[in-house]
Design a binder for this molecule. Structure first.
Ligand code: ZN
Length: 154
């Protein structure tokens, strides 16, 4: 049987643009404060009243990568079940096509749940609970991310 995988993948790519929206993959980057003197022997943590870092000797920056994705909110009324039980209410399912990950230099096959710090969907922050790469004929064409609301301090 001669299956035209290229045309199937093309169809998937086209469909992935329907009913889609921007979501933001956020990487939190922690760097040493450039305005604090660093003592490698004592490991001194900077100036107490440093205006740049407030004495923490750390500068936190966020890299925000916009990708186009399909977003599905789990309301708890779904009839579909996943392995191990029902989707938890409040879960968000985000499907991102490979071409979108590549466009912003995110990992593809080797994407891990800690590859990014958060995913921002409609101005709410989520963490990756689980991710499922989708393959066709050995080619990974999209990743389905199962997200949970980010709870600060937990
Ligand atoms: Zn500083």
């Amino acid at each position: 049987m001669n299956v035209n995988y290229q045309s199937i993948l093309k169809k998937i790519a086209d469909v992935s643009k329907i009913d889609s929206q921007p979501v933001y993959f956020i990487k939190v980057i922690e760097t040493r404060c450039p305005d604090c003197p660093y003592d490698p022997i004592t490991g001194s943590t900077g100036r107490r009243y440093c205006p740049s870092c407030g004495g923490t000797n750390k500068i936190i920056t966020e890299e925000k990568l916009e990708v186009t994705a399909n977003v599905e909110y789990i309301t708890g009324l779904e009839t579909q079940f996943e392995r191990g039980g029902k989707f938890e209410e409040g879960t968000v399912i985000v499907t991102v096509h490979r071409s979108e990950l590549e466009r912003v230099n995110l990992p593809t096959e080797d994407f891990r749940s800690d590859s990014v710090s958060y995913i921002d969907v409609n101005n709410r922050r989520y963490t990756i609970q689980h991710l499922t790469p989708q393959y066709l004929h050995g080619y990974m064409y999209e990743i389905i991310f199962r997200l949970n609301r980010y709870k600060q301090g937990v």
